[in-house]
Design a protein around this ligand. Structure first.
Ligand code: CAA
Length: 240
């Protein structure tokens, strides 16, 4: 039987590319989205991938949503925590709300996504937990104290989960994309974006598909010995 995969934030941006890549690999894929009904409907129409609406920042919603997905497509083998937001501001202007929204969605959202599937993965002795972190979790970023904290937190999550899940056949890994051509990056002021592109030795933004291929690899049986790792895909902008 085909393996199953869930991609949070899977109907737009990097998440959409991941959903499509996993479908192309033969997985039965479910994608979540938070609010953009039109984009989700269009995505389903174009790809045949079913979408589910819930807020990853809410544990009860995530748990109920995952139960529904598993009822529809079967127990989840691969879970990709991709959903994320930015609320950029220099620290002295950052509000407690901007801090909390990003922490709740990007960091607690990862807990809320992996925690409900973990017992089943342990029982079945197989699982792939993959989180989409960021170059800015590795190097920090002016204007992103909140976002960088969550993306650095992702790396702590996978390193710990790797140790807990290994004996049950579960791997947990992170991908740190650099600046990728998505709506999130396009929302950065043009002058700032141009300056960022100037810092990328490859001389361009990355493509969502370049991240999706990393996910497909980490999800595969070939990646069974890769656990607690970080794949850095940033065009040479930053080395760890
Ligand atoms: N480095 C150093 N100084 C900077 C700076 C930077 N990157 N950006 C701004 N400044 C300076 C400004 O020049 C200004 O200096 P002066 O007061 O001397 O003129 C000062 O900081 C304050 O700047 P602003 O008043 O313009 O600040 P602002 O309130 O308008 O906010 C910002 C600026 C929101 C941080 C804006 O610069 C910005 O959006 N930066 C982009 C942050 C970024 O890279 N976000 C990534 C989004 S994509 C993503 O997150 C995906 C991923 O994983 C990679």
């Amino acid at each position: 039987m085909a393996r199953t995969a869930l991609v949070t934030g899977g109907s737009r941006g990097i998440g959409a590319a991941i959903s499509k890549a996993l479908k192309a690999e033969g997985y039965t894929v479910a994608a979540t989205y938070a609010g953009n009904d039109d984009a989700a409907a269009k995505f389903t129409e174009e790809t045949g991938i079913k979408t589910y609406k819930w807020n990853v920042a809410d544990y009860a919603e995530s748990k109920a949503g995952i139960e529904k997905v598993e009822g529809d497509i079967g127990p989840l083998d691969v879970v990709v925590a991709n959903a994320g937001i930015t609320r950029d501001a220099p620290f002295h202007k950052m509000s407690p709300e901007q801090w909390s929204e990003v922490i709740d969605t990007n960091l607690t959202g990862v807990f809320n996504t992996f925690h409900p599937v973990w017992p089943g993965m342990r029982e079945r002795k197989f699982g792939r937990c993959i989180v989409i972190s960021s170059i800015n979790g590795q190097k920090g970023q002016f204007g992103q104290v909140n976002y960088a904290a969550t993306k650095a937190g992702d790396l702590g999550i996978v390193k710990s989960l790797a140790q807990e899940g290994a004996r049950y056949g579960i791997t947990a890994n992170a991908i740190c994309p650099g600046y990728i051509a998505t709506e999130m990056v396009m929302a950065v002021p043009e002058k700032v974006r141009e300056a960022i592109i100037g810092q990328i030795p490859t001389g361009r933004l990355g493509e969502p598909e370049e991240i999706a291929r990393c996910v497909a690899f980490l999800a595969s049986d070939d990646a069974g010995f890769i656990n607690g790792s970080t794949i850095t895909a940033n065009g040479g902008q930053f080395f760890v």
